[in-house]
Design a protein around this ligand. Structure first.
Ligand SMILES: [Fe+2]
Length: 187
């Protein structure tokens, strides 16, 4: 009589995360922050979207910083890295506001890729003109959604989140100017 031996099961695919891995933004940590629970739930949800966009924007700055070529290389290479550093600060501001409100900052590459609403940054770009055009598109799009976010936070009466998004949008407008000036002309 033969005996079957248990063999380890080989999985052809690595085990993926459970489908409910994304944090449930409606479930917040307890906090002594006196903003109403519903306000915090909605603010966390809105800020989570801006966080994903902002991390995506930061990665786009690095993409441009690494790959730009052409006669303006050194100026653009340095500018794109300067913007990356500023955007990293905006990421931190938004993420930490989410946590202050009792939420979970979802900042992994996979979470961001699934959530970001920004235009996908083209990987084939090389010239300075192409990177200036692409990054100014992304800065403009992010600035628009940050401004919408200020209005949303004002409606929620979360003045501090509105203030954070105001700081972020003010900075992004400056960086849009710095990038866009390379291609501006009178029409
Ligand atoms: Fe670098």
């Amino acid at each position: 009589m033969s005996r079957t031996t248990a063999r380890p099961v080989r999985r052809s695919q690595p085990q993926g995360p459970p489908s409910n891995r994304a944090a449930d933004t409606a479930r917040l940590f307890k906090t002594k922050n006196d903003l109403p629970h519903d306000t915090r739930v909605q603010a966390v949800e809105l800020l989570s979207q801006r966080l994903a966009d902002c991390i995506d924007l930061q990665s786009q700055c690095k993409q441009a910083h690494w790959n730009v070529k052409g006669p303006s290389f050194i100026a653009l290479h340095k500018l794109f890295d300067e913007i990356n550093e500023a955007v990293e600060d905006y990421v931190d501001l938004i993420a930490e506001r989410i946590v202050q409100l009792g939420g979970v900052a979802e900042g992994t590459v996979r979470a961001v890729a699934a959530k970001s609403a920004l235009i996908d940054y083209p990987l084939a770009l090389s010239s300075g003109e192409e990177h200036v055009a692409a990054l100014s598109d992304s800065l403009s799009q992010f600035g628009r959604t940050a401004r919408i976010g200020i209005e949303e936070m004002n409606e929620l009466e979360d003045a501090d989140s509105a203030d954070i998004l105001t700081e972020v949008s003010r900075g992004v407008d400056k960086w849009l100017w710095f990038v866009e000036a390379h291609q501006q002309s009178r029409t």
